[in-house]
Ligand binder design. Sequence first.
Ligand code: CO
Length: 438
Amino acid sequence: MIRELLKPDDPILRKKAAKVTKFDGELKTIVKDLSETLEYTGGLGIAAPQVGIPFQIFVSALTGYPRVFINPQVVAYSKETSMMEEGCLSIPGYRGEVYRPNDVSISYLDQHGKKKIYAATKLLSKVLQHETDHLNGILYIDRMTKKDKFYQIIAYRIVFFGTPEFGLPILSTLVSLKYSFEYEVVGVVSSTDSTPIALAAKAQQIPIVTPISGSLKNPGFREALSALKPDIFVVASFGHIIPKEVLALPKYGAINVHGSLLPHYRGASPIQASLLNGDTQTGVTFFIMDEKMDEGAILGQKEIAIDPSDTYLTLSQKMAQESSATIPSILHRYLNGRIKPQPQDHTQATYTTIGGSSSTLITKESGYIDLKNPPEPKKITNMIRALTPWPGVWTKLETNGKTKLVKLLPNHKVQIEGKTPIPLEDFKRGYPDFKLDW
Ligand code: CO
């Protein structure tokens, strides 16, 4: 569970925290919550008192080192000090320059109560000192000697690109990041000004930019975006190719949220493609966009299991939720130079192909089933999972000299155009010529 951070003036931040004596389930929950809160906020470390838990516990975000420290104590430190620009989740919106010892040795207990000692250098050493201070009621501002090197953070200006519902949870997470003072969504780009994303932006009073005369190559579109002075774009299911002159606008480029584990399923319909193929595993990929489709360097990926009961609707919701939970830490780590974008292995690339055509776009025809040459039952099931609600799976039934449109629905139901859906067995009793099975 993500815990709420205390306000900067909360007295708990200024008290010495109590020693941990019980290594039980409650401690485990606290550690889990601190880790999740840290992942969400993108900080380098978090101490329990910062979320109102007055015990000597902190968690570090640096991978490859010990992460959980209980009852920590600095037992030795180097004489040499150096300056680091520090920030703190408890002092949002600001940074300050702090001199601290380069190296420290710290004694602590791990999650199981086992006594340990760790000699830390560089960034880890500074993080351990900062977090140990928290447990003693000390904030980094108390360590500052040059008060003039304390300054306000200038928020990164984000422009979000999206069109359907898929982007809604991601947009709402990005908007909520304004409370950290590190980010501000300064504009939203959408196909038209009446899409789900555009309506959400309107409700939040965020300026909306739409392609002018339907074209992203129109110079007026580029100018409108440029006027927003974007630092970074976040793109999720936008539905248009973004020209390279537009991608070049923000200093930090454009992050795309793609519904597959790239380099697999490059193209416009990755979620449908994984369902059509009956995959049991997929994921989301965050990557830096370039002018080629879905080929940019990867910032991070999250795997997502596909349940046999998943449809396009449920799977895209899972992906949107997972993406919105992950985007803050991707942004923080990327913008602070803690992720090195990894080029894709282009030799492993696959592309979404829908309905046997080489097109990656889904059309009404993608859901058509030819009764003279029907796919395997398993394939039909997967088509229904992937193509419901749109374009739907459908066929044409000739009966009494008339052609009727028949829709194949989830849960083994069938619907003749204009009628209510009925179970497949009942339908077959009425139309014995209908032999389709799935
Ligand atoms: Co702090």
